[in-house]
Write a protein that binds this ligand. Sequence first.
Ligand code: 5RP
Length: 222
Amino acid sequence: MASEHKRAAGERALDYVKDGMVLGLGTGSTVYYTLQKLGRLVQEGLKIQGIPTSKATEEMARELNIPLTDFVRHPVLDLTIDGADAVTPKLELIKGGGGALLREKLVASASKRMIVIIDESKQVDSFDNLEIPVEVIPFAVETTVERIRALGGTPVLRERGQSLFVTDNGHYIVDVKFPSVTDVSNLHDTLKRLTGVVETGLFPDLASHVIVGTEQGVRELG
Ligand code: 5RP
């Protein structure tokens, strides 16, 4: 069952957490299990501080009494633990299924290490035809969508209910599929250069380690 695999991966990541660490706290249903166990470890005396990657994670961390800090006090984090929507054998990631990609990238890129926790359904050979979330400025969004289409992608503005999805940063998300993604870094750079694009959910070089929950147990890559 996928949720049990997520739990196994999410909890295993805590083996890498040591007293005194400053942690990046990711977002999503796999990180949920990490946070639940982290809350129990903190209650038992583990001394860590966290920087959340979304309002949802911040709320959960507060409920679990996980101490929080910020970039002023801790510009460099020891370790980020986060989920992903897709992971290649080269440990390239697609993130942003939950819409938190901008803060997730800010936190991961300020961390000495990023551990990614997934169930095996997230392992892919390539990003061909997969939805890549792109965070965009609401102003002139139609123009930005057309610029993305002109690159050969099929962009769809993300909705939630009857409205457009709005990120924690007040932006929109465009989910875009490309028929062939041969160079992830290059695609990220190309998208990022478009006026109106704030950040992409492509993380070509941030993951240092991936923990995969599988039917046969937990597998670690990297
Ligand atoms: C949120 C993310 C999540 O990490 C990603 O969507 C995976 O989520 P889940 O663990 O629920 O499958 O990038 O923006």
